[in-house]
Design a protein around this ligand. Structure first.
Ligand code: G3P
Length: 221
């Protein structure tokens, strides 16, 4: 399973990228607005920082506008994936951009049928938003299970990119199903890393080492 960061925060991207944990990035206009500043510069910097796929989203709602924006976004770097919304216009843009060799992530997916259509339009990724489904009283993880089953049935090459992840259990469940990618807010990745027993265990190891040092003042590792 690949781990992407769902953020436009450069400090978080650099920190987790330096740890070798970041396979790619997803952004959207809301995430860029949260960081403020010049969104173009931020997107360029993200594309330069991360080797893997970086999803940058179009804001046009018409096919021709999306294609135009997608072509421009692709010039930011070879690792750019153009994010198009799951609308009729967006799927048409997906088909055309894909035929030009520009990979597309179809975003705002909330149903199996929408995921099937994204695959038919040639998307490299489809992004089901599981947290927003949960917020709406539906089961986001169940949607991932269903999409995964259907994609396996037909050997679709479109990758399932689990988005709108709210907590580490979403990650565990997505991994058990076999989702291709999870895109995580940095705080969720931070929570995956931490465990109180790790902190307690390390504290005890270090305390015991200090005891040994008292008996053997010159020891070092
Ligand atoms: O890529 C954006 C998607 O992950 C949305 O997340 O938290 O705004 O539902 P959220």
């Amino acid at each position: 399973m690949k781990i992407f960061l769902d953020t436009a925060n450069l400090a978080s991207i650099k920190m987790y990228n330096d740890m070798g944990l970041v396979d790619g990035i997803t952004t959207n206009p809301s995430l860029l607005a949260k960081e403020g500043g010049d969104p173009q510069k931020t997107m360029e910097e993200i594309v330069r920082t991360v080797k893997g796929d970086v999803s940058l989203e179009v804001v046009s709602t018409e096919t021709l506008g999306m294609i135009d924006e997608g072509r421009r976004l692709q010039k930011y770097g070879k690792n750019v994936v153009v994010k198009c919304p799951l609308t009729a216009e967006g799927l048409k843009a997906c088909k055309i951009l894909t035929s030009e060799g520009i990979p597309v992530n179809v975003t705002l997916c909330f149903s199996v049928n929408q995921a099937i259509l994204s695959a038919k339009a040639g998307a490299k990724y489809v992004s089901p938003f599981i947290g927003r489904l949960d917020d709406n009283g539906q089961d986001g993880i169940h949607l991932i299970r269903e999409i995964h089953e259907v994609f396996q049935n037909y050997k679709f090459s479109t990758q399932i990119l689990v988005a709108s992840v709210r907590h580490p259990m979403h990650v565990v469940e997505a991994a058990k199903i076999g989702a291709d990618v999870v895109t995580l807010p940095p705080d969720v990745l931070g929570k995956m890393l931490k465990h109180p027993l790790t902190d307690i265990g390390l504290k005890n190891f270090l305390a015991d080492w200090e005891k040994l040092k008292k008996e053997n003042p010159n020891i070092r590792i």
